[in-house]
Design a protein around this ligand. Structure first.
Ligand code: ZN
Ligand code: ZN
Length: 341
C-alpha cells in the first residue's frame, strides 16, 4: 500500500510503498476513506527526537473494514463503514478495567511510532473492540472528523456544563472549535472564544460560539463581563502554551471550573492563592472514551451538530507532503483531510 512516511524533523513526508497490514487476532484493517491532519502530528514532527523515522502518522480516520482478525467479536464484516479509537490499550491495568483506554499508560497509539502505523496510508489497523459503526447519515468527511470532535466532547463532558452557564474558550483551533460546538449543544448560554487569528474566530462563530474576542487587542476579562454579565463559569484552555492555565484561573469566576485540553510539554506556573480564594476546580481532559465517540456519532447522525465548517479542504496523497508542511503555523486552515483513494 501507499503511505506517507516521516523521515526526520525538517524534511517533508515521503510517499512510499510499504507492505499491506495484516490484522492480528483482535484487530481489523480499515481501508481509509478520510484521515485528518492533527496539530499534534505537526508538533511531534517539528523537533528531532520525538517521533522516530519510519513512522506513518495519522490517528484521525474513518473508512471501511477490509480485513478482520479471527477473534474480533461484534458481528463486523468486510465493507462496514467504521471509525475507531486509535488506541491499543493493554487491557490489564486500572485504566483499562475502568473503561478508560485513553488513560492506559502501557498501551500505544496508532500513528505515533513505527510499530503502530497510522492512517496517512491506504489502510490502517485498529483494535476490533474499539471500532465504532458510522451510520449512513454521517458522510465521509464528518466521519473522518469524529476523533477530533470526540476530544472536544470529552472536554465538555469533563466540565459538566449546566444549561445557562457562561463559557470561555481560550484558543479557537480545531479542539477549541469542537469544544464550542459541544458547549453550546450542552446548553451553555454564552460560549465566548478568545483567539488571536481572525479566520479562526470567524470559524468558531459558525460552530456555536456566541461571541469571539481578539486577546491581542481586547481585555478578555472586561469583554467577557460585558458580554455575559459575569465571569466565566467554565474556562477551557485549548492551546497548551505557558501562562494560559494561569490566565484561565485568573479569569474564571467563584467556584469556577478550568478544563485543560491543551497539551503542554514543559513546567508552568499557577497562582495558587487566586485558585484558593475562588475555590477553583482544575480538571485535565485527555483524548476520549468510547462513550465520547458514540455520542459524537449520534449527534452527527441526528443532525444535532453541524461540523462541516471545521473541514477546510481535502488533499490527495501526492499533495500531502507539501500540504503538511504548509499547515505549520497557518491559522487560515482548520481540519485538512487526506483522501488516499
Ligand atoms: Zn489529534
Ligand atoms: Zn491498560
Amino acid at each position: 500500500m501507499r503511505a506517507a512516511v516521516f523521515q526526520e524533523a525538517g524534511q517533508p513526508l515521503t510517499i512510499e510503498t510499504i507492505p499491506d497490514p495484516v490484522p492480528a487476532e483482535d484487530e481489523v484493517v480499515i481501508a481509509v476513506r478520510g484521515a485528518g491532519i492533527c496539530g499534534s502530528d505537526l508538533h511531534i514532527t517539528q523537533h528531532a527526537g520525538i517521533t522516530r523515522p519510519g513512522t506513518v502518522l495519522g490517528h484521525e480516520f474513518a473508512g471501511t473494514i477490509a480485513a478482520l482478525g479471527a477473534g474480533v467479536a461484534g458481528g463486523w464484516k468486510v465493507g462496514d463503514r467504521v471509525t475507531a479509537l486509535p488506541l491499543f490499550p493493554c487491557c490489564a491495568c486500572e485504566a483499562c478495567d475502568a473503561h478508560m483506554p485513553n488513560l492506559c499508560s502501557h498501551g500505544n497509539w496508532a500513528g505515533v511510532t513505527p510499530e503502530r502505523p497510522g492512517a496517512y496510508a491506504e489502510y490502517v489497523v485498529a483494535r476490533g473492540s474499539l471500532l465504532q459503526a458510522v451510520p449512513a447519515g454521517v458522510g465521509d468527511n464528518d466521519a473522518a472528523m469524529i476523533e477530533p470532535l470526540a476530544v472536544g466532547h470529552h472536554s465538555v463532558a469533563r466540565a459538566a456544563i449546566r444549561p445557562g452557564e457562561a463559557v470561555l474558550i481560550i484558543g479557537g483551533g480545531p479542539i477549541g472549535a469542537a469544544v464550542a460546538l459541544f458547549a453550546r449543544a450542552a446548553g451553555a448560554k454564552h460560549v465566548v472564544v478568545s483567539e488571536p487569528a481572525a479566520a479562526r474566530r470567524d470559524r468558531c462563530g459558525l460552530l456555536g460560539a456566541t461571541a469571539t474576542i481578539d486577546p491581542t487587542s481586547e481585555d478578555v476579562a472586561k469583554r467577557f463581563a460585558a458580554l455575559a454579565g459575569k465571569r466565566p463559569d467554565v474556562v477551557f484552555e485549548c492551546v497548551g502554551a505557558p501562562g494560559l492555565l494561569h490566565q484561565a484561573v485568573e479569569l474564571v469566576g467563584l467556584r469556577g471550573r478550568v478544563i485543560v485540553a491543551g497539551v503542554l510539554f514543559e513546567e508552568d506556573r499557577l497562582p495558587p492563592l487566586t485558585a484558593f480564594i475562588k475555590e477553583v476546580t482544575i480538571a485535565y481532559s485527555q483524548a476520549y472514551t468510547e462513550r465520547d465517540f458514540a455520542a459524537v456519532i449520534d449527534a452527527l447522525a441526528r443532525r444535532e451538530i453541524d461540523a462541516t465548517p471545521l473541514h477546510t479542504r481535502t488533499v490527495t496523497f501526492d499533495e500531502l507532503p507539501a500540504a503538511f508542511e504548509a499547515l505549520r503555523g497557518n491559522p487560515l486552515e482548520c481540519k485538512v483531510l487526506i483522501d488516499p483513494r
